[in-house]
Design a protein around this ligand. Sequence first.
Ligand SMILES: Cc1cc2nc3c(=O)[nH]c(=O)nc-3n(C[C@H](O)[C@H](O)[C@H](O)COP(=O)(O)OP(=O)(O)OC[C@H]3O[C@@H](n4cnc5c(N)ncnc54)[C@H](O)[C@@H]3O)c2cc1C
Length: 420
Amino acid sequence: MGKPHVLVLGANFAGLGAAQKIREYAHDTVDITVIDRKPYLLFVPNIPYEVFENRNPGLTLHMPIVDVLHEDNIRFIQGEVKALDPDAQTVEYVPSERVGSAPETIHYDYVVVAIGARLAYDEIEGFAEYGQTVSDTFYGEKLRLFLANEYKGGPVAVGSARFHQGTMSTDLVPTAEAACEGPPVEVMLSFGHWLQSHGMGGPEKVTVFTPAAVIAEDAGIGVVNQLLAAASSMGYHYMNNVHDIKRLTKDGIEFANGQSVEAELKIVFPDWKAHSFMKDLPISDDQGFVLTDMTTRNPKYRNVFACGDAAAVTVPKLGILAHMGAETVGKQIAMDMGRMAPEKANVPMHFVVNCLGDMGGNKGFAINSDTWYGGTKSELKMGHIPFLMKMQYKEMFFRTRGKVPDWGIPAADFLIDKLS
Ligand SMILES: Cc1cc2nc3c(=O)[nH]c(=O)nc-3n(C[C@H](O)[C@H](O)[C@H](O)COP(=O)(O)OP(=O)(O)OC[C@H]3O[C@@H](n4cnc5c(N)ncnc54)[C@H](O)[C@@H]3O)c2cc1C
């Protein structure tokens, strides 16, 4: 009989990390296959920085993964996943290198769902004509060209549409009204600096908005109050409780609560939705995100795991939580293979919002807080060191080909704490 087959769906932070951790902890006791629609990792968190530095993020933020996986004897399939059948233990995909390929079916013993979320820009009226964003290289480059060729220096609005979180994991994580508000805060702060450095004004032209009562509520109220006080003293404008984006127009944004804001430049983030083929599966919640316990395992189908943005418990949708999930998946599968003791593998994840953002001018902010999850850690630092750590983290990730050493994040936290 062959070795158990672990199939990992998705190969960005969660999927690549999970595949590498499974190989590290379970050694050669399993065969591993990874499927992703593209053969590279997109280093999403640095897109805003690259755009405001006038660099095409497609040139600087893609890390090829086929050889990275091959190094660990992990098979890579470039394919678009179309369906998952947890009873038959099969996944259907269409090879995606060329158009017209026939569907294929692959069997698994274990599956790790790490396909992130569907960023629903297509559900925001007026987005294609009037909207800008920074969540992938296409949109990043579109914004870079807009700033270089069309932007006249008018008012700017930055913020998120309403996130529709599932209701079946509320015993494990609180409910958020925005999927990920680190990026709007980062874009607000760094764009204020961009305006100054381009002689077009400064923070007074920028309004940040949130569907929720407070922006970035998952960072904890202490951190948010400090952030808002700092931003307001710099001149930024703030609108809360807008409920949702109703539509974008040439002149601004209309909100679901009846308010509106004038803006020449509208940088928005959408609802993070589950992929449509995940809806109504017995492993998914009422929105299509995969149900797991805090050890990344589905409660009913014990050979189904999920980590990163695809998991119902991952709220907010943050890369650091994808990293924790990947680590935990690796330990769980190693335990099943008899390569790790249950006391070591069965440690439930304790989430922390750990976020490094750029503020322009070689300065950044660092949030390290778990109060939203019931903890007591609540730290906000601003200055050159958080910026340096953000840049260094990306360098280390590329240099180690995704295998950032265990001390990487704690070391960054320590330096930020002691030197900022
Ligand atoms: C502008 C911005 C800045 C951010 N900054 C930070 C930050 O500073 N810190 C932080 O912690 N987080 C940050 N985040 C959040 C972070 O980027 C995400 O949480 C992280 O990318 C989630 O990783 P993931 O692997 O779960 O999902 P993704 O990164 O979305 O990856 C999903 C993968 O699955 C593949 N895939 C999807 N569907 C299919 C399919 N049907 N078939 C095959 N493959 C498929 C995709 O190609 C992709 O490779 C930021 C997000 C944005 C948008």
